[in-house]
Design a protein around this ligand. Structure first.
Ligand code: FA5
Length: 341
């Protein structure tokens, strides 16, 4: 008995010393197998148990368990220590140097088109207009017929239309929003409708998708003077008092009389250049007094009410405001271009 007893004591002392000196997790696992594994030192010693008298077996068995627990505890605590040490050294290697310059975060800006829409909307609100919406897809009826442009009318050629397979159209202007608004509400009505419009048209001043802001004011005694005063004030606020502006007689089936407004070309200051097609002017809006035939479509009493409407070309206004000489730049999403506004 004393021999096994001694062997167990010796195993414990030697093993604790070895565990104490271990420096890596790999070696620790190796030592564990050598001591406590199926064919390890402890198992070897316990093979002698069978030769002991029965009375001594439980005492030695108990001792063996104590040794096993002591060594297992020592191995476990050494393992925790080594793991913590490995983690600490890994963290030390990956420390962030907070003195290094950071990566600059680019801050987005409002697109020049949106800036222009926001500006015009805020000016119109000062005049008492409220903001309404209309859909991008319209029926031929709302986009044309209700606006006094019957089928086969030559005025349909004024706007190169994108037709859909089901016969609907991508709205060619924001004017159908007039029909939606007047169908839903009786006069007085004073709204603006900003939105995207679509035409099969592309060059330096024409884009297949562009933006308009529709204006509509219907009440008793609304006259052309109200229209002219509104637009003159709006354009002065937008471009400054010195900007040259002209009103020209024009034709729209949905207004009578009608006008178009041009602003002196910013590129040549009115002398004539490729941007303004040698005219010295850029057309920015169409307008007029609402045609009585339109009132008939929405069941408004044309004897009692009059109204004016206008359609501003937002992209052209943005080009003038920011000095952009090609409308397509607005849609290329080149960050170097957009950063400038
Ligand atoms: C119209 O679209 C009328 N609905 C405007 C209107 C409304 C008249 C209410 C009377 C009453 P026009 O096709 O001229 O009109 O277009 C209006 C403005 O949109 C033009 O003055 C121009 O500034 C702009 N515009 C027209 N086509 C394009 C295009 N392809 N790209 C960019 N801007 C355009």
């Amino acid at each position: 008995m004393s021999s096994i007893n001694d062997q167990l004591a010796q195993l414990q002392t030697d093993s604790l010393a070895k565990i104490e000196q271990v420096t890596t997790l790999l070696i620790l696992e190796d030592i564990k197998t050598q001591i406590l594994g199926k064919t390890g030192a402890l198992t070897e010693i316990l093979k002698g148990l069978k030769d002991l008298p029965n009375s001594e077996k439980p005492i030695i068995g108990q001792l063996a368990n104590t040794v096993k627990t002591t060594l297992t505890t020592a191995i476990d605590s050494k393992r925790s220590y080594l793991e913590e040490e490995a983690l600490a050294s890994q963290l030390a290697q990956t420390t962030i140097d907070i003195t290094l310059p950071g990566i600059a975060i680019t801050i987005g800006k409002t697109h020049p088109i949106t800036q222009t829409i926001d500006h015009i909307v805020s000016l119109c609100k000062q005049l008492g207009f409220s903001v309404a919406q209309g859909p991008d897809i319209e029926t031929e009826y709302t986009n044309f017929e209700a606006l006094n442009v019957p089928k086969n009318h030559p005025a349909r050629d004024m706007q190169d239309t994108f037709y859909m397979k089901n016969g609907n159209v991508l709205r060619t202007h924001t004017s159908p929003a007039q029909i939606h608004a007047m169908t839903a509400q009786k006069p007085p009505i004073k709204i603006i409708v900003p939105g995207k419009v679509y035409r099969c048209d592309a060059d330096v001043t024409h884009s297949p998708m562009f933006h308009q802001i529709e204006g509509l004011y219907v009440d008793k005694n609304v006259t052309f003077a109200h229209l002219k005063g509104t637009l003159e004030w709006l354009l002065k606020e937008l471009f400054g008092k010195n900007q040259k502006v002209r009103f020209r007689p024009s034709y729209f089936p949905f207004t009578e009389p009608s006008t178009e407004v041009d602003v002196a070309c910013f590129k040549c200051n009115g002398d004539g250049c490729s941007l303004c097609k040698k005219t010295g002017w850029l057309e920015i809006l169409g307008a007029g007094m609402v045609n009585k035939n339109v009132f008939r479509h929405v069941d408004y009493d044309a004897e009692q009410f009059t109204g004016f409407a206008f359609g501003l070309g937002v992209d052209r206004i943005a080009m003038l405001k920011f000095g952009i000489s090609d409308i397509r730049l607005l849609y290329e999403n080149d960050i170097r271009f957009l950063k400038q506004f």
